[in-house]
Write a protein that binds this ligand. Structure first.
Ligand SMILES: Cc1cc2nc3c(=O)[nH]c(=O)nc-3n(C[C@H](O)[C@H](O)[C@H](O)COP(=O)(O)OP(=O)(O)OC[C@H]3O[C@@H](n4cnc5c(N)ncnc54)[C@H](O)[C@@H]3O)c2cc1C
Length: 459
């Protein structure tokens, strides 16, 4: 059954306007590719729907044959998908419509849209969505997993600013879930991940961002201990209007990286302040007093927030994983620098502490399955993987760093920063998980949909 040649591919092609590729087809290798090039996806079939009707056709075809469907926008988080055997990989990349209602401060996007396609046009109106640090992460996958933004400490998780979600259910029904329609499904989708249907479009709130003071400060990584200790202290009183991250960075010597940082190692603090430059400078004064060697903080248009973190803007091979950390003591910083800083021999490109708190820790009255992120920092460690040996070394070092930080583990994982499979209990408190499983049983009892971080129908 898992051999696509035994599946009646022509039947699906007859039902579906979009591309359908099976192993051996010329297009197969191109369309099965994930953004994370280290993940070698080999599904039974790949479907690239052109429309909602195509999505219905793919889901119906799979269900009738006892196959599964794995939705994918970009493949940024393709790593944890358990298996693509007997599975249609449904790529949403052609569902690309973007509607901005500036007066109503809302946007509606198709499931294949990436953040840069929203932040560009909204920025022209002095507005911003709760986009993440990277321009080419998919809006839908990011938001279903929670969504940690540069505006997060002020406005909370992206999932909790969603107004409506259109999707195709396992029965092939097209539904619109919002606070009044399919409310349990609407709740589950906001932070519960991709287990409940194929999202075809999403509507969400846009926030005023007429003035953004943002950028990056860099110090030689030999100063990591001192800078990170000062950063953690500074975070304790930083206002909700500023969201930041601190990293140990080993910038690769790649030609498309700006010369001043290419091939060098730093401790970096970057982020965004929502407000005027004078008050932003006041908030950052204690960090600036540490005399960074590079300081790019300045007033920028909201659209430029997608570039301050220097995330790769094209597919790359990488391996990483994360955790949520509690309040970090000086001993925690020392331990982190010992395993990932100067002299550690770490092969990791980046080891990151993203500051939580503020609105991220305070659930709004009407929230989804991921009400909040509890803890002080979202941690993520990642390395480039150019060959299998490098993959082993990076994977082992990610494990080593995570084990080192175990004493400060806040006890919960964040889906979007988890690039390896994890038990659902790691992502949700028990009551939330039981409620998610009930939604799964109601909408997908046969477990047709295969998510990167799955919620199963188990009782
Ligand atoms: C460079 C980089 C920067 C990042 N920055 C941030 C950040 O600032 N903040 C943050 O929170 N996260 C960040 N992430 C993590 C990112 O949010 C997750 O990897 C997210 O899952 C990516 O969504 P995607 O759609 O691009 O990826 P995909 O791998 O395509 O999707 C991930 C999962 O989402 C679900 N899904 C996707 N589309 C659909 C759909 N149409 N219907 C149903 N389910 C669907 C599926 O379960 C899928 O397996 C970053 C990741 C990288 C690699």
């Amino acid at each position: 059954m898992d051999n696509a040649r035994t599946v009646d591919v022509d039947d699906l092609r007859a039902r579906c306007e979009g591309l359908v590729a099976a192993p051996g087809d010329q297009a197969y290798d191109e369309v099965r590719r994930a953004w994370n090039l280290a993940v070698d996806q080999r599904p039974a079939l790949v479907a690239v729907p052109e429309s909602v009707a195509d999505v219905v056709a793919v889901v119906t075809f799979a269900r009738e044959r006892g196959m599964r469907v794995a939705p994918q926008g970009t493949g940024h988080n393709a790593g944890p998908i358990a298996t693509l055997e007997n599975t249609v990989l449904l790529k949403t990349e052609k569902l690309r419509e973007v509607e901005i209602d500036a007066a109503g401060r809302r946007a509606r996007v198709g499931a294949g849209v990436v953040w840069a396609e929203v932040t560009g046009p909204t920025s022209e109106h002095g507005l911003a969505p709760l986009a993440g640090s990277s321009p080419d992460v998919g809006v839908v996958g990011y938001t279903l997993g929670g969504g940690l933004s540069w505006l997060g400490r002020r406005h909370g998780l992206a999932a909790n600013s969603v107004l409506a979600i259109e999707l195709v259910t396992a029965e092939g029904r097209v539904v619109r879930a919002d606070r009044d329609n399919e409310p349990e499904l609407f709740w589950a989708l906001r932070g519960g991940g991709g287990s409940f249907g194929i999202v075809t479009a999403m509507e969400f709130v846009l926030y005023p961002a007429p003035e953004v003071y943002a950028g990056m400060m860099l110090w030689p990584w030999e100063r990591a201990g001192e800078v990170l200790r000062a950063y953690v202290e500074w975070c304790r009183t930083a206002p909700d209007a500023i969201s930041t991250s601190a990293r140990l960075l080993q910038v690769p010597p790649l030609p498309d990286i700006p010369e001043p940082v290419r091939g060098r190692q730093f401790v970096a603090i970057d982020g965004a302040y929502l407000g005027d430059p004078a008050s932003g400078a006041g908030v950052l004064a204690a960090l600036r007093a540490l005399e960074p060697v590079i300081d790019t903080f300045a007033p920028i248009p909201a659209a430029a927030l997608s570039h301050i973190h220097m995330d790769p803007e094209h597919p790359v091979p990488c391996r990483g994983d994360g955790m949520i950390l509690d309040d970090l003591t000086p001993a925690a910083i020392d331990a982190l620098v010992r395993v990932a800083g100067a002299g550690s021999g770490s092969p990791l490109l980046s080891v990151e502490l993203r500051h939580l708190g503020g609105a991220l820790a305070a659930p709004p009255a009407e929230h989804g399955a991921l009400a909040k992120l509890t803890g002080s920092f979202a941690f993520f460690a990642v390395g480039m993987v150019m060959d299998p040996a490098m993959g082993e070394a990076v994977g082992a070092h990610v494990d080593h760093v995570i084990a080192t930080l175990d004493p400060w583990d806040a006890g919960r994982r964040y889906m979007n920063f988890s690039e390896r499979a994890g038990a659902p209990e790691a992502f949700f408190p028990e009551g939330t998980l039981r409620r998610l499983q009930a939604v799964k049983r109601a909408y997908d009892p046969a477990d047709v949909f295969s998510a990167n971080h799955p919620v199963t129908p188990a009782a």
